[in-house]
Design a protein around this ligand. Structure first.
Ligand SMILES: [Zn+2]
Length: 254
């Protein structure tokens, strides 16, 4: 089992957990928790450790939200839902993806597009070690209810950000003024040579044009911090973060 170091940053009731090449988010409401994403297949026990580090236990999780069904976001959840009977919710368009009725993920055949990038060979070895090739699926995936705040701890509000995958969703935590942005907008990645708000490099995005358009919804959200799917916390204007990502969009190309 992995014993990777955890780095946890808190704003109000919301915690960004960074572990290896994966991030996930924990949202508190009293004794209850919502988990957003869960890292690679090897990260199930790391998710549980992160919950204990913020003073809770796994049984406090009342709901799991998914930004999108890539293996580095649902692998750890697949492990946890074998132990927890809680709803696993996502955008309606992402449900068949999470059930693996199809797969919108970088295929092994396209990995050579990345390997010239500094950091990519080590990243590849690391993520294979974290179970990337094992894959993951969520047979219990359900669509969240349309319209406004969800009935989950933290009263979290989905922000549609289709593009990285067809049903990608970011999540606004109103009490903290934080957006968990998944892979719609990140602040770093092992295959990127720059820091700060940015798109993931092109081969990771299923629909590059839609990925760009979706950032309008993040720029307009009432939040002052970004908890991304990869990279550290960003605090400041989200409109400025989106502008910075768009200014550097050439980095989306392989
Ligand atoms: Zn992704």
């Amino acid at each position: 089992m992995t014993t990777a170091a955890l780095s946890i940053t808190q704003i109000e009731n919301t915690h960004l957990v960074r572990c290896g090449h994966a991030n996930w988010v924990l949202v508190e409401e009293g004794a209850d928790l919502t988990l957003i994403d869960g890292g690679y297949p090897a990260n199930g026990t790391d998710v549980e450790r992160s919950i204990e580090q913020i003073g809770h236990q796994l049984g406090d999780v009342r709901a799991i939200l998914v930004t999108h069904a890539h293996v580095d976001h649902i692998g750890g959840i697949a492990d946890i839902v074998t132990r927890l009977q809680v709803p696993v919710l996502m955008d309606p368009l992402e449900v068949p993806h999470a059930k693996r009725e199809y797969l919108q993920q970088l295929s092994p055949a396209k990995v050579p597009l990345l390997l010239w990038r500094r950091g990519a060979p080590k990243w590849l070895l690391d993520v294979i070690g974290a179970g990337a090739l094992k894959g993951a699926e969520l047979p219990r995936a359900q669509a969240f209810a349309a319209g406004g705040a969800l009935d989950v701890p933290g009263r979290i509000v989905p922000i549609p950000t289709h593009g990285h995958t067809d049903g990608h969703s970011a999540y606004l935590v109103p009490e903290a003024g934080v957006i968990a942005s998944g892979d719609a907008l990140v602040t770093g990645h092992a295959t990127s040579s720059v820091a700060g708000p940015q798109f993931l490099v092109c081969p990771f995005n299923h629909d590059r044009g839609a990925t760009d358009q979706a950032l309008d919804n993040i720029a307009a959200a009432p939040a002052g911090a970004l908890f991304p799917g990869h990279g550290p916390v960003y605090e400041g204007s989200l409109a400025a973060a989106v502008e910075q990502a768009r200014a550097g969009r050439t980095r989306m190309r392989p």
